[in-house]
Design a protein around this ligand. Structure first.
Ligand code: ATP
Length: 205
């Protein structure tokens, strides 16, 4: 059975934090591919045009065998829910053991995702620790255990592990904010992404 990992996100825009997470996952677990899935209509977020987000994602990942960008979300209308992504990808890649990559902030809310209890049990979870309120790796582990306990209390079992990445404070919102105040985003995103943003005048207002 093949093993694949899904990395879903808004990627508005993709940054080095995302790429480091994907790279770490490729090395830490025996997956053949990381499938990057930009969400078309993310819940709770307004994002730049899907076409722009996809173009930046493709440019940032094209040199890395093992990274694939999936446009599976374009086949669906309405809000992009993770469970639908997994169901659709399972049809496209049958006989697959799935991992799902997620940041700590998003993982904390998993019990409240649409059909989150079902989704929790359908794949293994790879959690990227994230600097939220000055968390250390030990605190990240504690937070994950609390999420696991919350699910167990509702008779849901979950398999998870932390990704061994250095804590990185970069986020897409930081990048958008820097652009708005005309500060440099060099070294926060791949150079091709920086040039794409400048060429299309993204995020400046
Ligand atoms: P925004 O700042 O707009 O909320 P983001 O930087 O969180 O965006 P997303 O595309 O929403 O980017 O993230 C996709 C996934 O990657 C989410 O699960 C998020 O938690 C995780 N993630 C993003 N950046 C980091 C980071 N620096 N460290 C750990 N996880 C991250």
């Amino acid at each position: 059975m093949q093993q694949l990992a899904i990395f879903g996100g808004t990627f508005d825009p993709i940054h080095w934090g995302h790429l480091l997470i994907g790279e770490t996952a490729l090395h830490q677990v025996p997956v053949e591919q990381i499938i990057w899935v930009p969400s078309l209509n993310p819940p709770h977020k307004q994002a730049a045009l899907f076409e722009h987000r996809v173009a930046m994602l493709q440019q940032a990942t094209q040199d890395r065998p093992g990274f694939t960008v999936s446009l599976i979300e374009t086949n669906r209308s309405g809000t992009s829910y993770a469970i639908n992504t997994l169901i659709d990808l399972s049809a496209a890649y049958p006989k697959t053991h799935w991992y799902w990559i997620v940041g700590l902030d998003a993982f904390q809310t998993l019990p409240h995702w649409y059909r989150g209890h079902e989704l929790a049990q359908m794949c293994d979870w790879l959690i990227a620790p994230r600097l939220l309120g000055g968390e250390t790796i030990a605190q990240s582990e504690l937070i994950c255990k609390q999420v696991e306990q919350e699910l167990i209390n509702q008779s849901v079992s979950i398999r998870w592990q932390l990704l061994h990445i250095p804590l990185v404070g970069v986020s897409s919102s930081l990048i958008r904010q820097l652009i708005r105040v005309r500060q440099s985003i060099r070294y926060l995103v791949p150079e091709a992404v920086r040039l794409y943003i400048a060429a299309h005048n993204l995020y400046s207002k």
